[in-house]
Design a protein around this ligand. Structure first.
Ligand code: ZN
Length: 175
């Protein structure tokens, strides 16, 4: 029973990685560039994505976390065990799933608005007491980052199936 669950989890992880290496390749390439830049930091395999910890530098002033396709970066020093319980990693993983579903639309719909919101609206948020996670890309990432991997993958697989079904006409099915 447990072994089968493990196997399903592994298959789900590989499915997500393959999706990010194809449909989500644009942001995965950007993520790879950042991965190379932080090559000397610790890296971990996390449910079909690659997490780089301690990805901080004085120059970029990156703070917290960022996700680009199959890659997650956090400025924090997290151990392998801490990844499992980290709310930040779960949130970033929500972005990984957004990348799988949105593909080439990830950067315009999620990535760029999210970076602009994080980078330029802090004073504005502070003055009005507005929560960082109230903005749609962040609220959405929190929602998808929460459930178990199997449930997440089901949701993603369903979204992908819906897209595929649109051109699944009776003639192509019998062919
Ligand atoms: Zn986010």
């Amino acid at each position: 029973m447990f072994e089968q669950d493990d196997r399903r989890t592994q298959i789900a992880a590989i499915f997500l990685l393959v999706m990010n290496l194809t449909w989500g390749i644009i942001q995965t390439i950007a993520g790879f560039a950042l991965f190379v830049r932080y090559w000397d930091r610790p890296h971990y395999w996390y449910r079909g994505s690659i997490v780089t910890t301690e990805a901080a530098s004085q120059r970029t002033k990156l703070h917290g976390g960022i996700s680009l396709g199959a890659f997650i970066f956090t400025t924090y020093d997290l151990s392998k065990d801490e990844l499992e319980t980290s709310r930040l990693i779960r949130h970033e993983y929500g972005h990984v799933l957004q990348s799988v579903v949105l593909g080439p639309l990830y950067l315009p719909v999620i990535g760029i608005p999210s970076i602009v919101w994080a980078r330029f609206f802090q004073a504005w948020r502070d003055a009005r007491g507005i929560d960082y996670y109230s903005f749609y890309p962040e609220r959405w990432a929190n929602r998808w980052g929460k459930p178990s991997l199997q449930r997440q993958t089901c949701e993603v697989a369903r979204s992908v199936t819906v897209i595929e079904k649109e051109d699944d006409t009776p003639s192509s099915r019998s062919a």
